[in-house]
Ligand binder design. Structure first.
Ligand code: NAD
Length: 261
């Protein structure tokens, strides 16, 4: 259990990639602050599962990360209740699919707030403690869309390219402070987020469900396999190891070959 004594915050960890990351960190002994929306009973069960696995605390804070004031409370509560913050995984994200000239401006603002600005706020608030300790790990879930674009996803693509840039800039600022800053860029991972964009894509492109799955989602993924949440979590866990201390400012693709094309 190489993360015994470490404290992690995983945003958007009530489902999908974030939940898999929370489980992977707890399995190595980390105390975990969960965040995201969901059913109170299910979240309590996850907390219990994590505590049983880690032998450390697991807490939950339902902060809405589109709201900077709530991010500030989330970071403060993590430090107060768990005793610090060593590993920050910026993972919460949302998607909306529409052509740019029909994109609702309020959706643009929400996607930029959640998928980009929330990482800025969490990083700026988490860093002082990491620098003081001389150890920290900041990992953001970017996307293949941090490197390439798809139509009808302008704010998501803009935010994820922003995460890649933010990662590089912060990595340079803290390069000598014992803190590494990286992002992971998965291709299509089968989660609620992907499932929920199928109907919008069907509408936007006038396709059947099967056509969206095969001709849109997996069209760009040469392996023709969805990435799994556990594969992403394994890479995040590796980045927490001392063996990964030379990896910083990196944007690590895990996309079945998508961005090799
Ligand atoms: P998901 O829908 O399963 O999880 C999203 C999480 O974010 C949930 O816990 C949800 O409650 C939380 N969340 C949503 N809005 C929030 C808000 N305002 N405040 C706080 N939490 C909020 O989706 P996922 O696929 O696991 O997505 C996780 C991350 O991975 C996202 O940043 C997404 O862009 C990225 N990603 C996903 C894929 C994919 O194919 N699924 C590919 C590349 C990148």
């Amino acid at each position: 259990m190489f993360l015994k004594g470490k404290i992690a915050l995983v945003t958007g960890s009530t489902s999908g990639i974030g939940l898999a990351c929370a489980r992977a960190l707890a399995a190595e002994g980390a105390a975990v602050m969960l965040n995201g929306f969901g059913d109170a009973g299910e979240i309590e069960a996850i907390q219990q599962e994590l505590e049983d696995a880690s032998g450390a605390l697991a807490r939950y804070n339902g902060a809405d990360l589109t709201r900077p004031d709530q991010i500030e409370k989330l970071i403060g509560e993590t430090i107060d209740e768990l005793g610090g913050l060593d590993i920050l995984i910026n993972n919460a994200g949302m998607q909306h699919v529409a052509p740019i000239d029909e994109f609702p401006p309020e959706k643009w603002d929400l996607i930029i707030a959640l998928n980009l600005s929330a990482a800025f706020h969490a990083i700026r608030l988490a860093l002082p403690g990491m620098k003081a300790k001389g150890w920290g790990r900041i990992i953001s879930t970017a996307s293949a869309h941090s490197l390439v674009a798809s139509p009808n996803k302008a704010p998501y693509v803009a935010a994820k390219h922003g995460i890649a840039g933010l990662t590089k800039a912060v990595a340079l600022e803290v390069a000598q402070a014992g803190v590494t800053v990286n992002c992971i860029s998965p291709g299509y991972v089968w989660t609620n987020l992907v499932e929920s964009q199928v109907p919008d894509t069907m509408k936007a492109r006038n396709l059947t469900r099967e056509q969206v799955m095969n001709d849109v989602l997996l069209a760009a993924q040469p392996t023709k396999q969805f990435v799994t949440v556990d594969q992403v979590a394994s890479l995040a866990l590796f980045l927490c190891r001392d063996d990964a201390s030379a990896i910083t400012g990196a944007n690590l693709s895990m996309d079945g070959g998508w961005t090799a094309q």
